[in-house]
Design a protein around this ligand. Structure first.
Ligand code: P1T
Length: 387
């Protein structure tokens, strides 16, 4: 079964009790048992819920995985995976990560004695150098948030030994463009809040794996800690995921046009988009992705102008998050990555002039016009004259 067909059909069988074509929202916390321990496979909704199960089957299929666990948010999914570790274990993590991921590593898990080293995961040697005898887990985002760096998943997976786990946060690429499990990763994590849900109306997360033992351990965390999505949220996410393929094609097409437009502006000093030939890891991206996604970051040297531009656009709302059908702009240093100390953030390239676009699926001509007008309006007169 091909990707779009899986998105629409896996886990989506007609409801066995009523024939409802669309999986119902099983808004129930519990299930009536015939006798003690005798039931239809459902006993309590933190443990298992038919709507959530349908979502889990659908998302596992999209990642070419056997097992998925749905969570109440991307952070809950991340925490369930890192929660598999014990005090004294070490994690090699990317040095460009969603700010909330960095925050939970640094301010929650480090207190439990788990150690983290941050390495540039686009540099295999830097990853290798960060490994310690106690390393148990590699945490990669690729493309990274917000600098869109690319990690070579297969090359990093080849570094792992013994029981080490390679985790890829595949939120930016989505399974439509990148399948980390096929490249050697052990676990895929998503914030389904983003492209998978696709409409900026629900928070959620998921883990996917092919490893039955890892699945059991993550499922144990899911049930024990209990950060599960409610049936309504699972249902909304599942509905969104059915159209992932068509949306991603449009996101990527628009993002390429926007990135090329920004690259052609002399008043934009840097553009980050893996689909540009000028991107430092463009070749790796071409090899491991079938498209480059909808996220574009760029730098204006004048930071006051960057701030002004962020709220001067008509179609790009100034907002955190990404991956919905509507375009968004964000100022990472002050918004999504504000929890990273200033000095570290600047060292990693998240300057005050950096802006991040989540390019939506509006008409590309309208998006370009919006960007052009705002850039011209905020430019110093001498810069406008340069074009
Ligand atoms: O927001 P939540 O569903 O908990 O997902 C967290 C998360 C995990 N991984 C990545 C790569 C993410 O980008 C996020 C959330 N990111 C934003 C809210 C943002 O604006 O970047």
């Amino acid at each position: 079964m091909k990707f779009s067909t899986r998105a629409i059909h896996v886990g989506q069988e007609a409801d066995p009790t009523t024939g409802a074509t669309i999986v119902p929202i099983y808004q129930t916390s519990t299930y009536t048992q015939e006798r003690v321990g005798e039931h239809k496979g459902f006993d309590y909704s933190r443990t298992v819920n038919p709507t959530r199960l349908a979502l889990e089957r659908q998302l596992a299929a999209l990642e070419d995985g056997r097992y998925a666990n749905a969570f109440a948010s991307g952070m809950a999914a991340t925490s369930a995976v890192v929660g598999l570790l014990s005090s004294g274990d070490h994690v090699v993590a990317g040095d460009d990560l969603y700010g909330g991921t960095y925050r939970v590593f640094t301010h929650v898990f480090r207190r439990y004695g788990i150690e983290f080293s941050y390495a540039d995961t686009s540099d295999l040697e830097a990853v290798r150098a960060a490994i310690r005898p106690t390393t148990k887990l590699f945490w990669l985002e690729t493309p990274t948030n917000p600098l869109l760096k690319i990690a070579d998943i297969a090359a990093i997976a080849a570094l792992r030994t013994g029981e080490q786990i390679v985790v890829v946060d595949n939120t930016f690429a989505t399974p439509y463009f990148q399948r980390p499990l096929a490249l050697g990763a052990d676990v895929v994590v998503h914030s389904t809040t983003k492209y998978i849900g696709g409409h900026s109306d629900v928070i959620g997360g998921v883990t996917v794996t092919n490893d039955a033992a890892l699945y059991d351990r993550i499922r144990f965390m899911q049930n024990s800690v209990g950060a599960v999505p409610g049936a309504q949220d699972a249902w909304l996410t599942m509905r969104g995921a059915k159209t992932l393929a068509v949306r991603m094609r449009e996101h990527a097409r628009n993002a390429q046009v926007v990135a090329e437009f920004l690259q052609g502006r002399p008043d934009v000093s840097r553009v980050y988009y893996p689909g540009l030939a000028s991107h430092a890891q463009h070749e790796v991206a071409r090899r491991q992705m079938s498209g480059f996604g909808g996220m574009v970051s760029f730098v204006l040297d004048d930071t006051a102008r960057a701030m002004e531009l962020a709220h001067s656009l008509k179609y790009f709302s100034l907002a955190e998050s990404l991956g919905g059908v509507e375009s968004l702009i964000c100022h990472p240093a002050r918004m999504t990555h504000g929890s990273i100390p200033t000095e570290q953030r600047e060292r990693r390239g998240i300057s005050d002039g950096l802006l991040r676009l989540s390019v939506g699926i509006e008409d590309a001509a309208d998006l370009l016009e919006d960007l052009r007008t705002a850039l011209d309006r905020t430019a110093a007169p001498a810069t406008v004259g340069l074009r």
